[in-house]
Structure formats: structure tokens, C-alpha cells
Design a binder for this molecule. Structure first.
Ligand code: AFP
Length: 337
């Protein structure tokens, strides 16, 4: 179709720039895109659940209808297993990583980490949710089973990362370290079409995103920065607007396109914050940095944090427009307890 480039076409065109590429990464992106389309179909039906019958009912394949996050997890795992382009998967929904041990997958060079349906507590109230994923080259030798060390790599070693936003339209945004591109699902042809080429995040914005209900539990530096955001100052367009969906993909997507800062700080009750390093913070940090923004834990770059032996490790995260993240860092430095 003239003028429209689909995700698959785009991925293949990019792969042509790397003559040694085996095609595995392209296959992985295709598998993730396919699973995303199936999940979006179910997410869009969520409100009909009470009418059509949910728990206990049986779908056409004879499977019991599951909760959407379990459904999404199963779809992504099935697509990745079927594709044969990765040897293991770490998911928010599974305590341990999943080994894919058929011959084709054992010889694959990649592992995938993902949060299949992030923000799932928003589904019941028809608010956007998303899938977050990242891809690493395994450190263990192809031909054998994947190991924990394959998943516990620094974020700087990500080969690709992306998210799918199930919102007023469905979008897939990803990077392989050569800029960030966004694709919108055209439901009439069932394809993700390039709609947001070369996304760059504005260096500053007028939006801050944080669960301000936790204000009293934040450290002084973060509290002072929040006061700065809400103080009046014409020159810097303050007060900024507070926008917080409570769905990481939606909050980051808005700030990526419009500029802004997203914060999930540590609190007195959650010293490591809430978000997970492997499949929430690292992929988002890779995308935002590729778009020209910054991501830190308040002290160090998210992408340079060393995983500490746990797939589900948490970290505080401050991410978004570079000027705003740098400003926050000043407050954290000046008001450290
Ligand atoms: P749920 O998947 O439990 O809805 O959590 C979503 C999330 O991991 C992330 O998407 C949000 O940014 C963050 O948690 C919201 O957390 P709070 O509800 O504590 O603000």
C-alpha cells in the first residue's frame, strides 16, 4: 500500500542494513507484534465480559476464559515459543524464568523479558494498559539451556526494547538502539503501521507524573522537587500540570511525545519503590534515552544498574525530559538526608 509502512516491512528494511543479521531479532519483533494484536483484541472486549460471560465459560479452542493478565502472559509465551527465536522468557507473571528447550529455540541467541499486561488494575475501569518488553543477547552458549545470568544483564546490554499501548488506539513503540519508532494498529488491515517515525522527547515539558498520594512518604529532595513543580513561575511555565494514569506505559508514552517527567520514588514503606528493573524500568529507560531523554534511580542511570540476582528486583525511577530529570537530581543532591 503506497505511503504506508507496516511494522514487518520496517523491521525487514532495517535488517537489510545489517548483512550479518540472522533474522532472529526480526522474528522476535514479529512474534511480539502478533501476540500484541491478539491481546488488544481481548483488552477491547473487556467491558463485554459480563454480557458475554466470563469466568467458567469456554472459548472456541475449548480453553477456560482466564483473567486478562494471565491471558496476555500465555499469549506472549506461546508466540515466543512458537517463533523459535529465543531460548528463554522472564515474565512479571512467573516467579522463575521459562526455559524453551526445543532444538530450534536452544540454538537461538536471545532471551526476552516482559511485563505482559502492565497496569492491569486499570482494566476494570477502561483505562489504558500496556505490554513492556526487552530483548537481550544470551551470555550462555547457544545450543544449551538458558541460564539466570542471561536475564541478569545491565540495561545497557539490551538489544531491543519496546512497549505496546492498548489505549484509544493500539500502538507499538520500540528501539533497537537506533532511535525510537512508533506504529499504530490499523484495525481495518490488522497491521501496525509506522505513524511516529524517529520519536524525540522534548528536552523539557510542563507535566509531572507521580503518585502524589504518597507525598508524605517521599524523601525530602523529591518532596521539594514536587513543590518546585507546583510553584508558580511564569518564565518556566510553572506550575506544571500533574498527570498520572497509574499505568506506566500510558504515563511514559504521554511524556515521550509531549515532554515531562515520570517519577516512582522510594517511599518509607517501599525503600526500592514499586517498579521492576528488568521488565519495566530498563526497557523504558532504553526507549526514553534513545529518544533523547534520561532515566535515573535518583543517583545512578537506570541502564547502568547491576541486577542483584533477582529477576523481580525493584528500583526507584525518575524518567523523562532531560532538563527535568537533571533538575530533580539537583533537588535530590541538595536535600539528601
Ligand atoms: P498494576 O499492574 O498493579 O496496575 O501496577 C501498575 C504499575 O506497575 C505501573 O504501571 C504504574 O506506573 C504503577 O504500578 C502505579 O503504582 P501506584 O498505584 O502505586 O501509583
Amino acid at each position: 500500500m503506497i505511503g504506508i509502512e507496516t511494522l514487518d516491512e520496517f523491521v525487514i528494511r532495517r535488517q537489510e542494513n545489517f548483512p550479518d543479521a540472522s533474522g532472529e531479532l526480526s522474528r522476535l519483533l514479529r512474534d511480539i507484534g502478533l501476540a500484541g494484536k491478539i491481546v488488544q483484541r481481548e483488552v477491547n472486549k473487556a467491558g463485554l465480559v459480563d454480557i458475554l460471560g466470563d469466568t467458567g465459560s469456554v472459548n472456541v479452542q475449548g480453553e477456560k476464559v482466564k483473567k486478562l493478565d494471565v491471558f496476555a502472559n500465555n499469549r506472549f509465551i506461546a508466540a515466543l515459543k512458537m517463533g523459535g527465536a529465543c531460548c528463554g522468557i522472564a515474565s512479571e507473571e512467573n516467579e522463575n524464568f521459562i526455559i524453551i528447550d526445543d532444538e530450534l529455540s536452544q540454538n537461538a541467541h536471545y532471551i526476552v523479558a516482559l511485563d505482559p499486561l502492565d497496569g492491569s488494575s486499570n482494566i476494570d475501569v477502561n483505562v489504558s494498559v500496556g505490554t513492556i518488553f526487552c530483548i537481550y543477547k544470551r551470555v550462555s552458549l547457544p545450543g544449551g539451556l538458558c541460564q539466570l545470568a542471561d536475564f541478569l544483564q545491565q540495561g545497557t546490554r539490551q538489544v531491543a526494547a519496546g512497549y505496546i499501548l492498548y489505549g484509544s488506539s493500539t500502538m507499538l513503540v520500540y528501539t533497537t538502539g537506533h532511535g525510537v519508532n512508533g506504529f499504530t494498529l490499523d484495525p481495518t488491515i490488522g497491521e501496525f503501521c509506522l505513524s511516529h517515525p524517529d520519536i524525540t522527547i522534548p528536552s523539557s515539558g510542563t507535566t509531572y507524573s507521580v503518585n502524589q498520594g504518597n507525598y508524605s512518604k517521599f524523601k525530602k529532595g523529591v518532596q521539594k522537587f514536587i513543590s518546585y513543580c507546583s510553584d508558580e513561575d511564569k518564565e518556566t511555565s510553572r506550575p506544571y500540570s500533574l498527570r498520572y494514569v497509574g499505568s506506566l506505559v500510558a504515563d511514559i508514552h504521554r511524556n515521550l511525545l509531549k515532554g515531562g517527567i515520570f517519577m516512582y520514588p522510594s517511599t518509607s514503606s517501599m525503600p526500592y519503590g514499586k517498579l521492576r528493573l528488568l521488565y519495566e524500568c530498563n526497557p523504558m529507560a532504553f526507549i526514553v534515552e534513545q529518544a533523547g531523554g534520561l532515566a535515573t534511580n535518583g543517583k545512578d542511570e537506570i541502564l547502568k544498574l547491576s541486577p542483584e540476582g533477582n529477576l523481580h528486583q525493584r528500583t526507584p525511577m525518575f524518567i523523562g525530559s532531560s532538563d527535568m530529570v537533571n533538575k530533580l537530581a539537583e533537588f535530590i543532591d541538595n536535600f539528601s538526608e
